[in-house]
Write a protein that binds this ligand. Structure first.
Ligand code: F6R
Length: 241
């Protein structure tokens, strides 16, 4: 694992944006794996700006998002579909047919997951996967206890995840209880991974994920087994390393 500790928020976003931009410059038809959440917001803002300036071109880039809530309409402001269009896809020159997000609105979520996994393979696999981390160590929505050989599937969200995500909803009852998520094996098959961790509240889990035992109790600890992972942390998140 390569560990990079950013000096400040600006530096944190810039380092991540440099890695993603370089990937797109090296391989214009890159397949990117993308995350939602607060952590990559600054990264996406940087990518939008660089695209506007003509520094990076999304016209041949393909994307696969990690996950989506089950049962939220695409138009729901808390759906990951909505998030991605608001923060990235609606602002760069990506082709709509190259965007892939698990469809949380389908009846048969299991079938949707199977097809999603197949689509990733057909696209040639993910070149660079962007990840955040949950307080319980989840990556995507792979909660503690998820087997390391899991593929894209329908997941029951952990109590802590429902609580953490309730800040975006009017009440905790409105937070979906299930999500469609790439599996741990799906994530590990990406050729390169960038794990972004920011904030004091993530310091403990960052320490466990990076230096702790490799265990399904801390899903992100599996990344220690991947040959090309860059972990970008801010100083607060790195404070217990
Ligand atoms: C989002 C995702 C999640 C988040 C994690 C951290 O697509 O897969 O694993 O990366 O919950 O979320 P934030 O960045 O909001 O702390």
């Amino acid at each position: 694992m390569e560990i990079i500790i950013a000096k400040n928020k600006e530096d944190f976003d810039r380092i991540a944006a440099d890695i993603v931009s370089q990937q797109i410059k090296d391989k214009p038809d890159s397949v990117l794996g993308l995350a939602t959440g607060s952590t990559p917001l600054g990264l996406y803002a940087q990518l939008v700006e660089r695209n506007k300036k003509g520094e990076i071109d999304f016209s041949k880039v393909k994307t696969f998002n990690l996950d989506e809530y089950k049962g939220l309409a695409k138009t729901h402001p808390q759906s990951y579909y909505y998030f991605m269009f608001k923060n990235l896809f609606g602002k760069v020159n990506i082709q709509p047919e190259n965007i892939n997000i698990p469809n949380g609105e389908v009846e048969d979520a299991e079938k949707e997951c199977e097809e999603y996994e197949k689509k990733i393979k057909e696209a040639g696999g993910i070149d660079l996967q962007v990840l955040g981390i949950g307080h319980n160590g989840h990556i995507g929505f792979n909660e503690p206890g998820t087997p390391f050989d899991s593929i894209t599937s329908l997941i029951d969200l952990d109590k802590r995840t429902i609580e953490a995500n309730s800040r975006f909803f009017d009440s905790i009852d409105q937070v979906p209880r299930q999500a469609l998520s790439m599996g741990i094996k799906t994530i590990m098959q990406a050729r390169k991974i960038i794990l972004m961790i920011s904030g004091k509240d993530k310091a403990e889990i960052a320490q466990k994920a990076i230096n702790g035992p490799i265990t399904t109790d801390v899903p992100a600890s599996v990344l220690q087994l991947h040959p090309f992972v860059t972990v970008v942390l801010d100083e607060e998140a790195a404070s217990l390393l």
